[in-house]
Ligand binder design. Structure first.
Ligand code: DOR
Ligand code: ZN
Length: 347
């Protein structure tokens, strides 16, 4: 059995910087034509000059390929009118990413009080720049499993009402509340869904010993939530599209007394999605989710080449070396039913 689809894009990806960059770029550029690159480096990407430098470093790795890294800026009070005037001149500049302070990796510089985001959002709406949201409330009184639903009710709902023309992507959604919010919102609101939130629930994370390599933010939720995500992703609905949130951390940082949030899934992402869609009986909708819906939301052309997946079992490596660190990828040591034959580009 084989499946050929238009080459996919990854609308949410962490490539990091420094020694690991060459390996993360190769894994992503080998499959995806474009990727939205997250700005949560340390220190974050605040300015266009920093984004240009980061983009050049990415392109240096894959100079021979068509891979097109699309850059984002880290939401902060320095997002001014003059910065946006400069930013929108670059076709690869796509969005500003909002991190509520404290909810995830390198979010320390994020927004402390979410009530303060309105001024910048007004500018984004005016300049037609998309807002990408890590949708979790950061108040300590909010339970970690409730952060996303709380954020939607208390911050996202008012935001969409105040800025009806602002295009927003609710990133890496994890709950049935997020699915129904996005479905019931205007066409300016969309969501990315990761492979790990489609594959796992919180029992997998906590129910049979603590699995640090399944720890991510937003944290995995219930089986009902996972099922709602699978239904949304595999339905073909234009509001939902592929975003891996591939986010590598060295094994020592994951297997630690205070483990980092993030799952490295780029080397198995499209294969894992295919497995989820197949199990749901909706393989025919993989192409919409992976290769069409996101491009349309970002007003970009659909890719013109294809990739082919075949049903051929392989075992995901236990450990992968990224630069000078060792990382345990998603599905490490496990069998996966799909394999990419044509399309892992030479980069
Ligand atoms: O699990 C996550 N890891 N979620 C995020 O939002 C950030 C990411 C990272 O950068 O490691
Ligand atoms: Zn992310």
């Amino acid at each position: 059995v084989s499946l050929t689809i238009i080459r996919p894009d990854d609308w949410h990806c962490h490539l990091r910087f420094g020694a690991v960059l060459a390996d993360t770029v190769r894994a992503t550029a080998g499959i995806f034509n474009r990727a939205i690159i997250m700005p949560n480096l340390y220190p974050p990407i605040y300015t266009i000059a920093e984004a240009i430098k980061y983009r050049s470093a990415i392109q240096e790795v894959c100079a021979s390929s068509e891979f097109n890294p699309l850059m984002t800026l880290y939401f902060n009070t320095g997002i001014t009118r003059s910065l946006l005037q400069e930013a929108v001149q670059y076709p690869w500049f796509k969005a500003v990413k909002l991190y509520p302070a404290g909810v995830t990796t390198n979010s320390e510089h994020g927004v402390k009080n979410l009530k303060d985001i309105f001024y910048v959002c007004e500018l984004l709406q005016e300049f037609k720049v998309r807002l990408l949201v890590h949708g979790e409330s950061n108040e300590n009184s909010v339970d970690v499993f409730e952060r996303e639903a709380h954020f939607i009710e208390h911050y996202l709902q008012p935001l969409t009402q105040n800025f009806p023309d602002l295009k927003i992507v609710l990133e890496h959604i994890t709950t049935r509340q997020a699915v129904s919010f996005v479905k019931n919102s205007s066409d300016n609101i969309a969501a990315t869904i990761t492979p790990h939130h489609l594959l796992y629930n919180r029992n997998d994370l906590l129910g049979h010993g603590l699995r640090p390599h399944l720890y991510c933010a937003p944290v995995l939720k219930t089986e009902l939530d996972r099922a709602a995500l699978v239904k949304a992703a595999t339905s073909g609905d234009a509001k939902f599209f592929l975003g891996t949130d591939s986010a590598p951390h060295a094994i020592s940082k994951k297997e630690s007394s205070c483990g980092c949030a993030g799952i490295y899934n780029s080397p198995v992402a499209i294969e894992a999605y295919a497995q989820v869609f197949e199990l749901a009986g909706e393989l025919h909708n993989l192409e919409r989710f992976a290769s069409i819906n996101g491009a349309k939301f970002y007003d970009m052309p659909i890719n013109t080449d294809t990739i082919t997946l075949v049903q051929e079992e392989w075992v995901v490596p236990e450990v992968m070396r990224l630069g000078d660190s060792e990382v345990r990828p998603m599905l490490a040591g496990e069998k996966i039913r799909w394999q990419v034959v044509k399309g892992r580009r030479y980069v």
